[in-house]
Design a protein around this ligand. Structure first.
Ligand code: ZN
Length: 308
């Protein structure tokens, strides 16, 4: 079975304005890196449009309506302080949701061994009824709920190594023991949540890192906190909120990971998926704002997904 990649031209048509870090060039940088011969066997599929029903499992209908109504006919509108939308933004977000849910379908049906979704806007800061941090809809949360509601999976783990804490995912699953949310992130840093003491119903595992930390601290956090909890949880599906802004080159944070660290972490999560989830792993792009750091890290991650 193959590793599948979901992409769509519309992901580069979600415009955020001059100087915004979450920009269309991020898609082009990843696409360029994936032209290397290593990736010729990648099963590339255009992202389908998602269903509103799948979004309503995580976000109220009136919030989704509010997002839709905020989309301008031309130019840009600020939906909140950091998050701008343009005429194609809602359609881009809908295809991001569609790819995330299709990825779940694929790993469960066996159409793919694992899947990477190269979509924007990202999702992990989107709370139930709040757009924030460049995010409109929480793709990882929607994928987890889709796996449970449509496919009957019981336990879904979401592992988030974006350098920012996924406050939205934590918010959505705060009191839901059927979903484990585990995150490494720099702290203090935007959005301010993610302390070790935030444990939800025992299903939230936060392993904050400090500014200046590198691969060893990241691996320790994974080995000592996140991987043991994942083992105990025995997930039926592993979802990765794969941000690459903990890369040393990234301008928005100060954690010093390299491509090799993302490769290592990918291998660890593949092991967990192999032991508990029949190998089922869905990885969704979140942040990553240095184009070279993003592209090389995503490539290392996807290469490991392909080779196991
Ligand atoms: Zn981030």
């Amino acid at each position: 079975m193959n590793t599948r990649l979901y992409f769509h031209e519309i992901f580069a048509e979600h415009l955020t304005g001059p100087g915004h870090p979450e920009r269309p060039d991020r898609m082009k940088a990843i696409a360029a890196a994936l032209e290397a011969e290593t990736f010729h066997l990648l099963d590339r599929v255009e992202a389908p449009e998602g269903a509103l029903e799948s979004i309503y499992r995580c976000h109220p209908e009136d919030y989704v309506r509010k997002v839709a109504l905020t989309i301008p006919e031309e130019g840009l509108t600020r939906i909140e302080s950091d998050t701008l939308v343009s005429p194609k933004s809602f359609a881009a977000a809908m295809h991001g949701v569609g790819a995330a849910t299709a990825a779940v379908d694929d790993v469960i049906s066996g159409a793919a061994k694992n899947v990477f979704v190269a979509a924007r806007p990202p999702g992990h800061h989107a709370e139930r009824a709040v757009a924030m941090g460049f995010c409109l809809f929480n793709n990882a949360a929607i994928a987890a709920r889709h796996a449970q509601a449509v496919h009957g999976l019981e336990r879904v783990a979401i592992v988030d190594w974006d350098v920012h804490h996924g406050n939205g995912t934590q918010d959505i699953f705060w009191s839901d023991v059927s979903v484990m949310y585990a995150s490494t992130h720099e702290m203090p840093l935007y959005p301010g949540t993610g302390a070790k003491t935030e444990t939800g119903a025992g299903n939230i595992v936060n392993a904050p890192l400090s500014a200046g930390d590198g691969g060893e601290a990241f691996k320790d956090a994974m080995r000592e906190r996140i991987l043991p909890e994942l083992e105990g949880f025995e997930p039926d599906l592993v979802i990765v909120s794969a941000g690459f802004d903990a890369h040393w080159r990234d301008p928005l944070a100060n954690i010093n990971l390299t491509e090799a660290d993302f490769d290592w972490a990918t291998a660890q999560l593949l092991d967990v998926a192999e032991r508990h989830s029949g190998g089922r792993l869905v990885s969704l792009l979140e942040g990553g704002y240095d184009l070279q750091g993003l592209a090389f890290s995503a490539a290392a991650h996807i290469k490991r997904l392909m080779t196991g």
